[in-house]
Structures are given as C-alpha cells and as structure tokens.
Design a protein around this ligand. Structure first.
Ligand code: NDP
Ligand code: 8X3
Length: 257
C-alpha cells in the first residue's frame, strides 16, 4: 500500500470509462474504494474483480437524486467513512446536434447530471473531506469543452464551464481546511462517452475515434492517481490533457456568395 493512502476513495461513475479505470488503478495501489453508478450489474462485477486487491464497497447511486446521495453518504460503514479522495466523475453529453434542434429534455438531463449531480455529491462529501483535512482531494472531471466552444457542445460545454468555476470557487471557501480541489479537464478520450452522446449509435460513436489516437481511460486514471498523492501542501487547480492529435481549429467564418 502507498504510504500516503490513509483514507478511502469515493468514485462516481465507476461503471465505465474513466471511473472504472480509476477504480482499477487505485485498487492496485491499495486504496479502499467506494464505487458508485446506476448500473448495479457492473458495480457487482467490478467489486468482484477488485476485492482481491483492496476493500471495495459498491453503492448503486444516481447522482441526480440529492436525497439518495445524502442518505448513502451518511450511512457509509465506518470502515469506509474516512474519505480522502472524491473523484466527482459521473457525467454525460447528449444531443450532438445544433442547439436549435436539440431536445430540451436532453439539456435538462445534462444539467441535472453534470451540474446538479456534481454539486449533490460535492455537498454530501465536503464534511468528510474537511474531517480528513490535510491531504484530502476533490477531483472534479471537467473537459476542454469548458473553454473551447464547438458545434453541438451547447449545454454540455456550459456544464463543464460551471464545473471549472465551481472548483475554483470551492478553493476559496476551503482555505484553511487542507482540502484540495482540482478540475481535471480531458480532451477526446475513447470510452462509452460517445455511445451515450449518440444515443447508442455504435457506428457514429466509433467514427469519433476512427483513424486517430484519442486518450484512453487509463491515461485519465493515471492523472487522477497522481493528483491524489501530491504532497499535502500542493494543489493543482486545473489540468487540461489532450492527445497529441487534438488541437484548436480556426474561427468559423460564415460566407455567402
Ligand atoms: P462513460 O460514458 O464511459 O462513463 C460515464 C459514467 O458516468 C458511467 O459510469 C455512468 O454510470 C456515470 N453516470 C452517468 N449518469 C449518471 C447518473 N445520473 N448517476 C450516476 N452515474 C452516472 O464516459 P467517460 O468515462 O468518458 O466520462 C466520465 C466523465 O468524463 C464525464 O463527466 C464526462 O463528461 C467527462 N469527460 C469525458 C471525455 C471523453 O472524451 N470521454 C472528455 C472530457 C471529459 P451509470 O450509467 O452506470 O450510472
Ligand atoms: C468531452 C471532450 O472534446 O468531446 O468532454 O468535448 S469533447
């Protein structure tokens, strides 16, 4: 076990992508894990896989349900309740279409998950992180979409801009508690993210990653694990990571002939 591991890690969205990779990596490093997500079958399988490596508590949870989040956090078994790291990762993009034809319901789902879900979890876990004190970390999974507008990003990018500013603002209020807050903002990464975004269209999702080299979930997990073991006096406010093959484009100019 790593010598800086003194508490447990609470991961939202551990059933897939970054969250699952983070659980696997941090289990290998000896961190006790609280893995959460909506899909119970995946939580069960992950718990079974990782239990030989570390203590794992599986908690089915929809981050949009503030009361359930609060209740689950308040009833954590003592063996897991000393939380050192929150990986606030659950999130999704929907409606990869122009704003003017997007469904309002999809916008609401992104707001409910990426903004309200994020703050539901942060609010419930803050007392635990503050009780842990120096060395505790809240790692919020943002996106390059927070700062880089692109077609079809509408509410998704805006929700990640919220996450960025929320993370920065938390740092102001947490002065003196020892709790660190980081906005970890990846670019294109191959997970189930695009399958969800395209409404389950595997062909369209595969096309997002075709003929390029995106980030992997493991790449992002390694950044999370790195942030979690920084010296207690260090806070990384924000990290942007993109694959070498992703860079900015020029402004789009609409022309008429
Ligand atoms: P995945 O779709 O692979 O994983 C998303 C995870 O979020 C799943 O475990 C899912 O679990 C969980 N989740 C979604 N909605 C809810 C909910 N209401 N309650 C609880 N859990 C929920 O995508 P990624 O791993 O790529 O995405 C993880 C985070 O990273 C997201 O916040 C995303 O915005 C962000 N991100 C992704 C990038 C990418 O290119 N992949 C780049 C930058 C940021 P379940 O369905 O079981 O509830
Ligand atoms: C996901 C990354 O580039 O699709 O947050 O917005 S991107």
């Amino acid at each position: 076990m790593n010598s800086v591991v003194k508490g447990s890690v609470f991961i939202t969205g551990a059933t897939s992508g970054f969250g699952a990779a983070c659980a696997r990596l941090m289990a290998q490093q000896g961190w006790p894990l609280i893995i959460t997500g909506r899909r119970q079958d995946r939580l069960d399988a992950l718990q079974q896989e990782l239990s030989p490596l570390t203590r794992v508590l599986s908690v089915p949870l929809d981050v949009r349900d503030a009361a359930a989040v609060k209740a689950e956090v308040e009833s954590l078994p003592v063996a897991f309740s000393r939380i050192q790291v929150l990986v606030n990762n659950a999130g999704l993009a929907l409606a990869p279409v122009p704003a003017q034809v997007a469904d309002l319901a999809d916008w609401h789902t992104m707001i409910d998950t990426n903004i309200k879900g994020l703050v539901n979890v942060a609010h419930a876990l803050l007392p635990h992180l503050i009780a842990f004190g120096s060395g505790a970390s809240m790692i919020n999974i943002g996106s390059i979409a927070a700062e880089n507008p692109y077609p079809g990003s509408h509410v998704y990018g805006a929700s990640k801009a919220f996450l960025k500013q929320f993370s920065y603002n938390l740092r102001c209020d947490l002065q003196g508690t020892g709790v660190r807050v980081t906005d970890l903002a990846p670019g294109i990464a191959e997970t189930e993210f695009s399958l969800v975004r395209t409404g389950g269209n595997a062909t369209a999702a595969d096309a997002v990653y075709k003929n390029t080299i995106p980030l992997t979930a493991q790449d992002v997990a390694e950044q999370i694990a790195y942030i979690a073991v920084l010296p207690d006096h260090m806070n990384i406010n924000r990290i942007e990571i993109v694959p070498v093959r992703q860079a900015w484009g020029p402004y789009a100019i609409h022309r008429e002939s």
